[in-house]
Design a protein around this ligand. Sequence first.
Ligand code: LLP
Length: 385
Amino acid sequence: MAAATLTVYPEAASVHEGRLAIGGCDVIELAREFGTPAYVVAEDDLRARAREFLRAMAAHHGGRGEVAFASKAFPCTEVLRIFRQEGLAVDVASAGELHLARAAGYEPAEIIFHGNAKSEAELAEIARLGITCVIDNLDEIDRLGRHAGERLEVMLRVVPEVQTDTHHAVATGHADQKFGLTLDEARAAVERLGATSWALVTGIHMHIGSQLFDLAPYREAIAAIASLGDFDGYDLGGGLAVPYTAEHRTPSVEEWVAGIVDAAHELLGARAKKLTIEPGRALVANAGVTLYTVESVKRRDSTWVAVDGGMSDNPRPQLYGARYTALSATRADEPADEVVSVAGMHCESGDVLTDDVALPYPCRGDLLAVPATGAYTLAMASNYN
Ligand code: LLP
């Protein structure tokens, strides 16, 4: 099989005599041992991506660069343990994600806590552990103050008012939305925090959106936060796009890091400051492959190939119109000459994983592999049906 068709798979994916192997593990053996649907994650890829981000950060920013995994992309203790071993910090956005990070060994100083609706219990836990809290709204200042002891590090999440070219559900840089402080609110927050005895403002945070192909809005956003004045550190968020299909052309990790770090040096005078980035998707998406068993095939105007999972293990096609590809994991060397829709097992017509994928004459019992499913799948899985 031509290597090109495995471009969105883990690096160590291969096909021998038509059978897909991931990281040296034959998928038939995996399906036999764990059943299907199964999320398969290539540890080597997680480590390789983590190192790529760390290398790029060190090359462009030296010792004061930090890479924090946005754990919402794959909230799994074992994945977190691997990233901690590689030297990544972690971003959590709930007590649940905090619990996973702690179970994976993360120390409070390695954790950043986000959220636009933090509960009283979460604020108390942040203060108790001394975790850096990213303040999202003005109310949080007094609420957090009631729990804070002598000193607590905070950052301010700021909405830089930029447009990004991505699905509206994951665009977070524009003005009228639920996240963060406007530039004016941020100025007020700095003043109010300055008047407290407990708050140490360590910097400004922004996260302008997810699955972003273009670096220009980052530069625009960095210019906007520069108007807030001078801070000790900046957290520039995540957002790097990943390829879901072979047609996607995304910036490399190196290009993305260079683009935003150079902009921070130039526009924020941040060469000697602490700079943090928070990739989620780009660390995990292409390390994951989901395995499904074909349960039925109907040949009508279209060919409907129904598998034993679907929107309960991956709701992204329904939520964002996300497009995936699929491979016959046991007959990958046969000509893929039938264009089919791969549907899930759930009780609604919209439960379709991909609607124009070419497979070799699909049959009941086939094993299908859907690549690039490492990000925001397990995280958003449901109990439907
Ligand atoms: N930092 C903050 C504060 C975030 O809210 C996010 C993602 C990230 C970092 C990581 O962004 P990434 O590098 O993964 O783009 N469920 C959606 C994605 C939602 C992203 C939420 N925030 C999806 O499946 O596309």
